[in-house]
Design a binder for this molecule. Structure first.
Ligand SMILES: [Zn+2]
Length: 456
């Protein structure tokens, strides 16, 4: 009989910083090692020592390639972790681009705030050298446990990790959901059903809220594109480079090919998004059936004649001087820095232009201020008048909402003994846990950071 313990080292009471330590007898296993983001204290918290000795960790399993799940891996390596890292092949590939981008963004940020580097290129290289692959649906056995990856439908390559191990003398299933997709997704397969988990460690980003109707999102998107073009304006879309950008490109590709909107120039103005879109273009096998059919029919779903990829900064700077209707997709998603801030400074003062926000805007970010209707904002120390239309579509979220998180747990109702509700703000996690107890009748708890629980 094994002694099995879980430590909630991060990603509890917070959406970001996912980090769970699973101990099976003497084997120490981490699940995700994410960056803490969004709060004022994040810089300091990311620099604190881990609550375990990185040298003692044997394995690290990664659910997906968002920074709040992978962002502290090079730091773990820098502090002595030399065990094997496992993820789906796509997650590893995207992670390499995410780290390269993070390094350059971090260098600027660290200089501004006079912080010591969290990690450096050599730590990223070392981490990637320890990184192995575990494809979907191929069980891999280690000493004392086995792991199976199922599609989480959240972003390309995202996986729920199913651990089978001996608890109380019997084989039990402990599932780490990572982030769970907002199925049906435009591009990805649906989140796989889990029907036989004994324990769940799940996300709860939208544990207390439902999304707006999904059927309306595409119609609203097409409408905004059409109206802006009709005014001969520029549509600026601040977009996250991973998943959101590819959804937008896919939609624009279809709208233009089907003749629903005029073929105006579209600038994909983000080197990271360009690279990640190339990965998306290569791995069509992970898309949903409808998208696969389009690809088989010969369509390059992320490319169309008017799409221009601007890798270089000089090319990016020229966009402001190009007359006529156009669409600009650039990062960052919350308009905090990145190339989109320059476009916002150029295009926000003109009422013919539109700024379209397609994702969650954190408190205090420029994106949030624009949603709140500020008529003047500061960008790069300059006062910018906001006369452009500000639009928002929330239906493109890549997280399940409250009702769908509940439905996800319901499938496993027959077997599940305990649900650990994590990876959400406390308010959201607590609300979801209460609903799971009341509506599904399962034992759901909200762990606190540092909690250690023994399975028996
Ligand atoms: Zn995620």
């Amino acid at each position: 009989m094994s002694k099995v313990l879980i430590t909630f080292a991060g990603g509890v009471g917070s959406v970001t910083g996912a980090n769970f330590l699973l101990q099976v007898d003497d084997t120490k296993i981490l699940i995700d090692c994410g960056l803490i983001q969004g709060s004022r204290e994040a810089d300091l918290k990311n620099r604190e020592p881990f609550p375990y000795e990185p040298r003692d960790i044997d394995y690290l399993f990664v659910t997906h390639s968002h920074m709040d799940h992978i962002g502290r891996i090079p730091k773990l390596v820098r502090e002595g972790f030399r065990g094997e890292i496992y993820s789906t092949p796509v997650t590893k590939e995207i992670a390499t681009f995410m780290f390269a981008d993070a390094l350059s963004v971090m260098r600027i940020h660290e200089k501004e705030r006079d912080l010591a580097p969290l990690y450096e290129q050599q730590d990223v290289d070392q981490a990637l050298s320890q990184w192995k692959e575990i494809p979907y649906h191929e069980s891999k056995t280690f000493g004392g446990f086995s792991v199976f990856a199922r599609d989480a439908g959240h972003i390309l390559g995202s996986a729920m990790l199913e651990f089978t191990l001996d608890i109380g003398g019997a084989q039990k299933k402990l599932v780490f959901t990572g982030d769970l997709g907002n199925s049906p997704s435009l591009l990805l397969r649906d989140t796989e059903k889990i029907t036989d988990a004994d324990y769940l460690v799940m996300e709860s980003v939208y544990g207390d809220r439902n999304h707006e109707n999904k059927d309306e999102r595409e119609e609203k998107f097409a409408q905004i594109v059409k109206e802006t073009i009709a005014r001969n304006g520029t549509l600026v879309i601040p977009a996250f480079s991973l998943e959101r950008t590819q959804m937008i490109l896919y939609l624009l590709n279809n709208l233009m090919e089907d003749g629903h909107v005029p073929e105006v120039p579209v600038y994909l103005d983000s080197p990271l998004a360009i690279k990640i879109t190339e990965v998306y273009g290569r791995v069509s096998k992970h898309f949903n059936d409808e998208v696969k059919k389009e690809i088989l029919g010969g369509d390059d779903i992320f490319d169309f004649p008017t799409l221009k990829r601007t890798m270089k900064r000089e090319e990016s700077e020229k966009i402001a001087h190009i007359p006529g209707a156009k669409i600009v997709i650039a990062g960052s998603g919350m308009s905090e820095g990145g190339r989109v801030a320059y476009h916002e400074a150029d295009f926000l003062p003109d009422p013919n232009n539109t700024l379209l926000l397609v994702g969650y805007q954190g408190v205090g970010t420029l994106g949030r201020k624009l949603i709140e209707g500020l008529k003047s904002v500061k960008i790069h120390k300059k006062e910018i008048k906001v006369r452009a239309r500000i639009e928002e579509i929330l239906g493109f979220s890549s997280h399940k909402d409250m009702d769908h998180l509940i439905e996800f747990v319901e499938h496993t109702k027959g077997t599940v003994k305990k649900v650990f509700v994590c990876m959400g703000e406390t308010k959201s996690s607590t609300f979801l846990a209460q609903r799971l107890r009341d509506y599904v009748g399962v034992n759901a708890v909200v762990p606190e950071e540092g909690d250690v629980i023994e399975f028996n």
